[in-house]
Design a protein around this ligand. Structure first.
Ligand code: FES
Ligand code: FE
Length: 449
């Protein structure tokens, strides 16, 4: 019924509003996107020992990620092979077995069905080896980041990340020991469509000085004006000029960065110890990753969007995953992150700041939730439903850039958002998981006619 070629018009940079609320399109997203793309599951630092587990979602599928007795990390559907009850209700923990609370079937931490109550007396020839937890088809790890996909075929993780690894390494290789997620995530459920918080976080530099003006004034006052100079409050807010900021398409992924090496801390009320730590690690990062990543990217406010639903915001030191919960609702899980050599004092500052800004009651998260909800639910009205969304800003503006991808000047730009919807469309149209990776960024295609 829906023509995915028409729902997104890449040439005119228009999206049909139906992609935010149509239940049928949402069901198709679960199948085409969340059942085939590589999805972030967790980080090694959350599962250091055998038996450590956490729960997360792949689309709306409830998933257990667990390090087995043999040291390998696997992921399973959180559904009992008997009747489908959840076998794990805890958000994280350590266990030798997941025991179903309905009839007591118990699975070991490698997913095998280990024990069935009354097995001998009530079943004839029960083949326990065929009744283990259903595994996620492939689980792979990139520098501590654990991803999974339900697709048996299609690109491996490294191929899926492609040149995005160049940028991810700024976070994952900031210390030779790697990165870690700190503490437990903030989880908030918001009544909006999952795509809106994704494209907002990866590319909407336009809204910051306007939508968050009130919050920025509060934080800016605390931050002694640093946020104003960095984020353009009080200026003309065009961001296209010689600011040195940019957006980059590394399809299917995206980058937005201020490139100044420290503005990620612009909103911190106590950035001193963070900047000190940053400058302590910078020489070794320059040595290992070169000048572009060590001087321009490290410490900048850099938003990394890994398609479809992972955002790593360097500088603000947070990692977010957006889980869909129906066409009109999503859950955002927000984690604090830091390189493993970060002093405890700095980690405490980071966790506090992530809570103040993007935590459950964070002043920035709250602002964004309002727009997301309105954009998702206003098309309940039939006339409003006929409108289109427009993301034409800076289309066709390119610039030279020393890293991978196609760059466009300014963080106030809609390149990342256009790329996101272009990839959404490709994935919805792709016949198999082998066809989900794009050939070229749309920015380049449009420049080349
Ligand atoms: Fe799990 Fe019956 S549903 S043991
Ligand atoms: Fe925002």
């Amino acid at each position: 019924k829906f023509d995915y070629n028409k729902l997104i018009d890449n040439e005119a940079a228009l999206q049909s509003r139906s992609i935010f609320w149509e239940p049928e399109i949402y069901q198709e997203e679960l199948k085409q996107i969340f059942n085939r793309c590589w999805l972030f599951l967790g980080h090694d630092s959350q599962l250091p020992e055998a038996g450590d587990f956490l729960r997360t979602y792949m689309g709306e599928d409830d998933v257990i990620v667990v390090r087995g007795e043999d040291g390998e990390v696997r992921a399973f559907l959180n559904a009992c092979s008997h009747r489908g009850n959840k076998v794990c209700h805890a958000e994280w923990g350590k266990t030798k077995a997941f025991t179903c609370s309905y009839h007591g079937w118990a699975y070991d931490n490698m997913g095998e069905l280990a024990a069935v109550p009354l097995e001998e007396s009530i079943y004839d020839n029960l083949d326990r080896s065929k009744l283990g937890l259903v595994p996620v088809a492939r689980v792979q790890n990139y520098k501590g980041m654990i991803f999974g996909t339900f697709a048996e075929e299609g690109p491996d993780l490294v191929e899926y990340l492609g040149d995005m690894a160049y940028y991810l390494d700024v976070v994952l290789d900031a210390s030779p020991e790697g990165m870690e997620l700190i503490g437990t995530p903030y989880r908030v459920e918001i009544p909006g469509n999952w795509k809106l918080p994704v494209e907002n976080a990866i590319g909407d530099g336009y809204h910051v000085a306007w939508a968050h003006a009130g919050a920025m004034r509060v934080v800016g006052t605390i931050g002694q004006g640093r946020s104003e100079s960095v984020l353009g409050i009080g200026k003309d807010n065009t961001g296209f000029d010689d600011s040195g900021q940019l957006q980059i398409a590394i399809p299917p992924h995206t980058i937005l960065s201020t490139l100044d090496g420290q503005s990620g801390y612009a909103l911190y009320d106590n950035p001193g110890p963070c900047i000190e730590h940053l400058e302590r690690v910078r020489p070794s990062v320059v040595e290992r990753l070169g000048e572009v990543r060590g001087k321009q990217l490290l410490g900048s406010e850099t938003h990394m969007g890994v398609f479809p639903n992972l955002q790593i915001i360097q500088g603000l030191n947070l990692l977010r995953v957006i889980h869909p919960k129906g066409p009109g609702a999503f859950e955002v899980a927000t984690y604090s992150m830091a390189d493993k050599n970060t002093p405890d004092e700095v980690k405490d500052i980071i966790v506090k700041h992530v809570g103040q800004t993007f935590g459950s009651a964070g002043i920035l998260e709250g602002d964004d939730g309002d727009f997301t909800e309105a954009i998702t639910h206003s098309p309940n009205g039939y006339a409003t439903r006929q409108m289109k969304g427009w993301l034409g800003m800076a289309k066709g503006r390119t610039m030279d850039w020393d890293g991978p991808g196609e760059a466009s000047p300014g963080i106030v730009n809609e390149l990342c958002q256009r790329e996101f919807y272009a990839q959404w469309q490709r994935t919805m149209l792709a016949e198999s998981a082998s066809d989900i990776l794009p050939q070229a960024p749309i920015q380049k295609e449009s420049v080349n006619g």
